[in-house]
Design a protein around this ligand. Sequence first.
Ligand code: 5CA
Ligand code: ZN
Length: 504
Amino acid sequence: MDKDGSFSEWYNDILRLAGIVDVRYPVKGLYVWCPFGFKIRRYTYEILRDLLDSTGHKETYFPLLIPEQEFMKEAEHIKGFQDEVYWVTKGGLDDLDIPLALRPTSETAIYPIFKLWIRSHADLPILVYQIVNTFRYETKGTKPLIRNREISSFKEVHTAHESYEDAEEQVRKATEIYKSFFKRLCIPILISKRPDWDKFAGADYTIALDTIMPDGKTLQIGTIHNLKDNFARTFGITYEDKNGEQRYVNQTCYGISERCIAAMISIHGDDKGLVLPPEVAPVQIVIIPIIKKDHELQIIEKCESIKNRLRTRYRIELDKSDERPGAKYYKWELKGVPFRIEIGPRDIEKESVTISRRDKNEKVSVKEEDIEGWIEEESDKMVYDLYNKAEKEMFSRIIEYDSSEEIAIAQEVCREDKSDSSSQNHDSCNTSIDSKIDESYKIDKINKRYVYKTGWCGKESCGTEIEDKTGLKILGEIIDEEKAGRCVLCGDESKIKIYLAKTY
Ligand code: 5CA
Ligand code: ZN
């Protein structure tokens, strides 16, 4: 496998070879989770559940089917989703009286019930979530775990509050929760406020979390929406405040999908296969007996006894198959097992074992009685190292510019991209500026596919022209940044710093 050579080939290979998903299901955009992949999903979503449960969120379940009249209530929401909804129109041979939408997301399933649940300020805030499948008839190319038509692992939170300020506060809390979540997956993120034309359908504003994938394109791996009272007005969700007056609630919703697993696999994986943070690894330790003649029984016994000792604390496998040790290493490296313990005659003599860490190329001899302590410490170090490596890589791909000269370089990147058949719609970026760009600099840019940071005056007309000219997308206003600068297009003073990127 050659990750740097062709990322997209590497990605498809690893999904298959490591047993994450089977893409051969005969409906476009629907994928089968294989047993190993499903375990990664389980441990990953356990983190999410844990973070939500410990911050006052309650898990619920709302139905998959949404009656047409509820779905059609919120004008902006419909506009945003009408092209993506699957409809159920028949029950057996009969036409249904009321067509039913397969949820593309659950606002219109949940909010009519919020209306029934919420009476007074004492009922607020409400924070519920569900982890369900949703369906979106995606027309952009589908890609396993990244752009599904059945999103199998959609975690959606829906909240209701007394005031707009409370909703804003919830957006901040959600951002912190998502930061912790991605930190535990060792995924660095960029946080920005999406431009108005790119916000969630029906929202007041959208905060998005993106990460940079190995091919330099950004992937949106989470979004947090302040819905203001937009849906409350549509669905009539009111409460009686302390003075006995009826008021609309203010709402937020925020979601994460299996894209978090796509990002984790892509960012940490290498040419040997998966690299997984211990917390989500289905197998955390593998023991490999190094059998030498005459010692077989003794070695196997030692392996069994160490396994039994460790298995109360770790997900552990002992590989007693007939394969050669080299073949076993290869197999478990592909699966991203964080720690490999080898035990041979020499180790037994020394009352030690030989341990190696998946993300490092070294073997360490550890005293038998110290194994737990060592693993504990190295687990923390591994998480720290994985995160820092990924973050360093991410920052190395972000460059700041504020001249049109450098926009031209972005254009050049874009022009080169047109030769790669996967990209389309960038007809406006064919200006020739070869003479102005140093060749090696240009090639470096193209290979790394930079994300740009620049100024924007905030005018939509400038925004669309920046996108057109560069063939890149505005991710949004960078949160928590000094804002001074100039609009890269019109030169006006800019209040806003933005990221520009090629996106998934
Ligand atoms: N109701 C809101 C919050 S739950 C909502 O639906 N937001 S969303 O449309 O932005 O989706 C939430 C997240 O799901 C996105 O940020 C993105 O990471 C992920 N997502 C969206 N569409 C797909 C898809 N087709 N396949 C996989 N993941 C997706
Ligand atoms: Zn401008």
